[in-house]
Write a protein that binds this ligand. Structure first.
Ligand code: XBP
Ligand code: MG
Length: 240
């Protein structure tokens, strides 16, 4: 029986990445760096989960000796950039610049009404989840979720399965009693490694990625109700 839905955040619950991208660029400017990420570059950089990891990967890809410091200074610069970026992103969310994806809120409330449990398994920072869901689900949004696993609780980022394995452990449910809802190949790999059947909803940043192994790949959650999810879930049990 399907007992819980485990949601990724960025790109699944909400269209967040354009706001993240703008925030990264503002942070670079504020720190006096001549770095600028455009959409094609950011689409490639999104293959690295985690904002700090993404900055590190970009910096290394530049092979930019002039900016090379000892490891400590690099980490301090990355941490400062990410701190600025996170503050800018939080403001953007509070100003209504980030929309929930169609069907996401409806599916979560239908699942709760049917007695299913909800969980979050994301590589984003806790503050980003709070600002987004406080705006769209109210101050007490946390009460809607049995488990929240994020960049703070699960430092090994997708495609590593840590965030999903810890979510299942804290739910106290076997993977076959749950479905994961994701938008990216990294997220799919992480969920599958944790034994979870996964429904993918693609977006402009991920539509080109390889979703081999997904239970279903959809353009959005719009019009997808519990009956449909239960049917797909039953199908996944026969594939085990
Ligand atoms: C997507 C990510 C995050 C965001 C940026 O997370 O990989 O890094 O792009 O947020 P999800 P941070 O697992 O929800 O798809 O800068 O806080 O990492
Ligand atoms: Mg995502």
């Amino acid at each position: 029986m399907l007992k819980a839905l485990i949601f990724d955040v960025d790109g699944t619950l909400a269209d967040t990445e354009m706001a993240h991208l703008a925030a990264f660029n503002l942070a670079f400017a504020e720190m006096g760096l001549d770095w600028h990420w455009d959409v094609p570059l950011y689409t490639r950089l999104l293959e690295v989960s985690g904002g700090k990891e993404r900055i590190h990967a970009y910096w290394k890809s530049r092979g930019d000796r002039s900016k090379e410091f000892d490891g400590g200074a690099v980490q301090a610069t990355v941490d400062r950039l990410h701190e600025i970026k996170t503050a800018v992103y939080e403001q953007a969310v509070q100003q209504g610049q980030v929309q929930m994806r169609p069907g996401a809120l409806q599916l979560m409330s239908a699942a709760t009404a049917a007695g299913m449990r909800l969980a979050i398994a994301t590589t984003t920072s806790p503050i980003n989840i709070h600002s987004l869901l406080k705006r769209w689900m109210g101050e007490d949004w946390r009460t809607q979720f049995s488990v929240i696993e994020d960049a703070a609780t699960a430092p090994r980022k997708k495609p590593h399965p840590m965030v999903y394995s810890q979510t299942l452990q804290r739910l106290g449910l076997p993977a076959h009693a749950c479905l994961a809802m994701e938008d990216s190949a990294n997220g799919l790999k992480a969920a599958c490694k944790a034994g979870l059947a996964t429904v993918i909803t693609t977006n402009a940043f991920t539509a080109h990625q390889d979703f081999d192994g997904a239970l279903r790949t959809q353009r959005s959650l719009e019009g997808i109700g519990l009956a449909q999810l239960r049917e797909w879930h039953r199908e996944s049990l026969t594939q085990r």
